[in-house]
Design a protein around this ligand. Structure first.
Ligand SMILES: [Zn+2]
Length: 108
């Protein structure tokens, strides 16, 4: 099952709504590097942080998109009070990959 395809730049919103809250999406290389992560869901700040580089290398745009969806899945599960499921990184990653595939292949 191939979920990812090559592309030039990521399709990432600047913000989105979730349960009446506005979540800002910000590229913050410094904080992601400090955490050693591709992205972070900062619930207290209503922000998703993303990075463009990891270990000194550019991150593939599709990987940036799947990281965005990964953080969104964390947000959804956290807001729905499915804390244990939100801590299951394998589940969150798989769900995000499938969600990304549906949304990136959707024809309107
Ligand atoms: Zn995660």
């Amino acid at each position: 099952m191939k979920l990812l395809t090559k592309k030039q730049s990521p399709s990432i919103p600047k913000e989105f709504q979730l349960f009446g809250k506005t979540i800002k999406v910000v590229f913050d290389q410094e904080r992601c590097d400090a955490d050693g992560s591709y992205g972070l869901a900062l619930y207290a700040e209503s922000k998703v942080l993303l990075s463009k580089r990891f270990d000194g290398k550019d991150i593939d745009p599709v990987k940036i998109e799947t990281t965005f969806w990964h953080e969104v899945v964390h947000y959804i599960l956290n807001d729905l009070r499915y804390k244990k499921l939100s801590e299951d990184e394998v589940f969150v990653s798989r769900f995000a990959m499938v969600l990304h595939q549906v949304l990136s292949s959707a024809k309107i």
